[in-house]
Design a protein around this ligand. Structure first.
Ligand SMILES: CC(C)(COP(=O)(O)OP(=O)(O)OC[C@H]1O[C@@H](n2cnc3c(N)ncnc32)[C@H](O)[C@@H]1OP(=O)(O)O)[C@@H](O)C(=O)NCCC(=O)NCCS
Length: 134
């Protein structure tokens, strides 16, 4: 989230409220520079999508996604992307119902960095270049 604090215009949060202002759900949507299988730049990305259990299957999630897509379109995105755990069947079904095609499955790797890690290997020393915004 730190990168979004630096560029708050890249992240929007939509909330759904009941008649008594009860929070029913939320959607965090971001603008990413790219996403797997999507053309153009930026790409709208569903970062967090949640509806309270008592109000699921009644259209709240769909309305949140529609709001997020409209926001992303308004910021130049022509594609949306998202992700879910393979085991999250409800999320996968809901994504499919609101028009999201399952595109590719990824394996995530991780490595804890030590404090004195010097690059290993032969050849040139990589140099850092400034990143571009979306
Ligand atoms: C995913 C989630 C946000 C969907 O919210 P929701 O309010 O139930 O969604 P909606 O009622 O608007 O449903 C949207 C579509 O998905 C379908 N759908 C939703 N949940 C479904 C389920 N468990 N199984 C099958 N279809 C489902 C709905 O039928 C609807 O399609 P339709 O309009 O063609 O009938 C909600 O289930 C949730 O908060 N889950 C827990 C958190 C989570 O897993 N978030 C996603 C992280 S990747």
């Amino acid at each position: 989230m730190a990168e979004y604090e630096a560029e708050p215009e890249r992240l929007a949060v939509f909330v759904a409220e009941g008649p008594d202002a009860q929070l029913l759900g939320f959607l965090e949507v971001s603008l990413r520079p790219s996403a797997n299988g999507c053309d153009g730049r930026p790409v709208g990305y569903l970062e967090g999508w949640f509806v309270i259990p008592s109000h699921r299957r009644s259209g709240v999630g769909r309305a949140l996604v529609a709001a997020g897509e409209a926001w992303a379109r308004g910021h130049g995105a022509t594609w949306m992307a998202s992700d879910a755990y393979r085991t999250n069947r409800a999320s996968r079904a809901a994504h499919a119902h609101v028009g999201y095609e399952e595109w590719v499955e990824l394996v995530h790797f991780r490595k804890r960095l030590g404090s004195s890690g010097r690059p290993r290997g032969r050849g040139t020393s990589p140099r850092r270049r400034a990143a571009r915004s979306p």
